[in-house]
Design a protein around this ligand. Structure first.
Ligand code: ADP
Ligand code: MG
Length: 573
């Protein structure tokens, strides 16, 4: 088992990339934001270097290449008393011109369904509960209208802040008085949303900041003390600062967003304290709650804090996953899981892959195991230091370590381009969030109109989850493997040990199983695949370095897609 798997780059480079230097740690939350000078007037000048940092090099900027005909077809239902007329185009939404330009720089050509409804809802001043599948663009759905509304009024509404060019340490510090507070359950998600906010705030006076645990409080106070209009944070650290009124006050707050609201329910007390926030004026704050799944407790939260005439949106079926994600369930005995995993990595090599485990111990163990096989892995869970977590995610995003092993909670809401394969090494049991957790996990692939594969390893111990899993598969028009059906009926199925792909014409793991579905033409055995192993309907992403690239044409990745020269090379890793 220690043999090296072909098709993956080397582990060493990956480790080098993720070893955080002990001194001079660069925290993601310290990333550069647009610096506003009071002399600018209403809109600041362009800053070419920052523009490249935020949006990428001009030529390489992503045009999304999304299949919007598919996206258009997604149904949106409005519940509750308020009905909103959706907008069809960003240009029709009455957005601030700078924001509209930033949307263009980000490469967003059309709004996604949740954005079509959320943008006008917030523009018209309603509170909102938005439930939309993972990867449907919820972040921009709320950031765009909120920032647009504030941009025109920033001078009037925002607290005074020091001029960054003449800032004198120890003298010019101010208290942070954000206009917008975005609360999220995990640190990585906080950083991700901060980055999205950095893009949309470009050339405006609005200054985004992020606060989260595991990083030095002092550094974050230093950032806040330069002024803060848009604050993203995790509950613990936010409470910490709310309890230091000289550092942070919510008295100017105009918008409060709770993202991944259901996951935050675990933080009920903290959430209450934040929602009640202390000193803001009654009725002055607009609330927005977002999630992909919405259990009853989250709905109660909405009833308690949102205005009674709030907008309720559901996009697609709540909690269900898109058909862009091909869901496969393979069977194994507990002892076989590890070799099944290796097999999966062999069959789909060189593509960005996330492996989910239920426990931190298992994450550590697998990391060790795969690392010793020479695979470019990195891993992340709650017991890691924040510097390690940031380094791991950076290595994964950059492609240095294209395999990420994580617990479900740490990866909540994470958006990494080109994640093509999610593996549930452990199926999330009821204790680990069950099918809602499953939905969130597999939603790390198949982001916005792209395609991906999610493979779950099922053992006898997962029997409890069988019926729920079958329902999930059926909802998304996925094939249900026979062995799984047998768990719901009169007991046990064949446990012949051989795991089976559930794909069309699947064999028993010879590599000919076609993870991309019946439309792909991968019937030939591995060595013989000469043409397009990803099939006609294959993900454009696999074939090109930039999944967002304009040419969505399915390209053959290489003559031997399962071999050493596999997609990885095509992907430019
Ligand atoms: P969600 O929160 O619904 O899971 P995200 O907000 O993380 O989804 O968005 C998923 C990805 O889609 C991000 O990379 C984001 O930049 C991108 N995105 C969002 N809106 C659009 C759009 N209108 N066009 C193209 N890409 C978009
Ligand atoms: Mg999100």
């Amino acid at each position: 088992m220690t043999e090296k798997i072909s098709g993956w780059s080397n582990a060493d480079a990956a480790t080098a990339a993720q070893e955080p230097a002990s001194e001079n740690i660069v925290w993601d939350g310290n990333a550069k934001t647009y610096e506003w000078d009071d002399e600018f007037g209403d809109v600041g000048p362009k800053v070419p270097e920052l523009e490249i940092e935020l949006f990428g090099e001009k030529g390489a900027r992503h045009k999304t290449g999304l299949d919007f005909s598919k996206i258009e077809a997604i149904e949106v239902s409005q519940e509750g008393p308020v009905k909103i007329n959706s907008v069809r185009k960003f240009a029709d939404a009455g957005l601030h011109p700078v924001l509209l330009e930033n949307i263009g720089l980000a490469g967003y050509t059309s709004p996604t369904p949740i954005q079509k409804y959320t943008i006008p809802s917030i523009m018209e001043g309603y509170d909102i509960i938005g439930v939309a599948q993972t990867g449907s663009g919820k972040t921009a759905a709320y950031l765009i209208p909120i920032l647009s509304k504030l941009m025109g009024k920033a001078k009037k509404l925002a607290a005074p802040r020091p001029n960054p060019l003449t800032f004198r340490e120890g003298m010019d510090e101010v208290r942070a008085e954000p206009l917008v507070l975005i609360v999220v359950p995990t640190r990585e998600l906080a950083v991700q949303i901060f980055n999205e906010a950095r893009r949309f705030c470009y050339r405006s006076m609005l200054r985004p900041c992020v606060v989260y645990g595991g990083t030095p409080v002092r550094d974050q106070i230093a950032l806040l003390s330069k002024g803060c209009d848009i604050l993203v944070g995790t509950p613990g650290r936010l409470i910490d600062f709310i309890n230091r009124p000289r550092v942070l006050t919510l008295r100017r707050l105009k918008y409060m967003v709770i993202d991944e609201a259901d996951e935050l329910l675990e933080w009920e007390d903290e959430l209450k304290q934040i929602l009640l926030g202390g000193d803001q004026d009654e009725g002055a704050v607009k609330y927005a709650l977002f999630s992909a799944t919405f259990p009853e407790a989250a709905q109660e939260l909405g009833q308690t804090y949102l205005a009674s005439d709030h907008v309720q949106l559901r996009v697609g079926r709540v909690g269900s996953t898109t058909e862009n994600i091909r869901q496969i369930v393979v069977k194994a005995s507990p002892e076989e899981k590890q070799s099944v995993l290796v097999k999966l990595l062999e069959e789909m090599p060189g593509i960005r892959t996330i492996i989910f485990c239920n426990s931190r111990g298992e994450v550590d163990r697998l990391d060790d195991f795969l690392f010793h096989m020479g695979l470019p892995v990195t891993s992340m869970h709650r017991d890691r230091s924040q510097a390690e977590r940031e380094a791991a995610l950076r290595a994964f995003r950059s492609g240095m370590a294209p395999i990420l092993i994580a617990t479900g909670v740490t990866a909540r809401g994470i958006d990494v381009r080109n994640v093509m394969h999610v593996i549930n090494y452990d199926i999330p049991s009821c204790m680990h969030g069950g099918m809602e957790e499953y939905t969130h996990r597999i939603g790390r692939t198949g982001r916005i109109g792209h395609r991906g594969v999610a493979t779950s390893i099922f053992t006898d111990r997962d029997e409890d989850m069988a019926s729920a899993l079958i329902q999930k598969l059926k909802e998304a028009n996925q094939e249900v493997p026979e062995f799984l059906e047998s768990y719901t009926g009169n007991g046990f199925s064949d446990s012949d040990g051989n795991y089976k792909m559930t794909g069309a014409d699947s064999g028993t793991g010879q590599g000919e199983a076609d993870p991309w579905g019946p439309s792909a033409n991968t019937a030939a055995p591995p060595g013989d695949v000469q043409t397009d192993a990803w099939g006609a309907s294959a993900p454009a992403a696999a074939a090109q370095p930039d999944a967002w690239g304009a040419s969505a044409a399915p390209v053959a990745v290489s003559p031997d897609p399962w071999g050493a020269s596999a997609p990885q090379a095509a992907l430019g890793w």
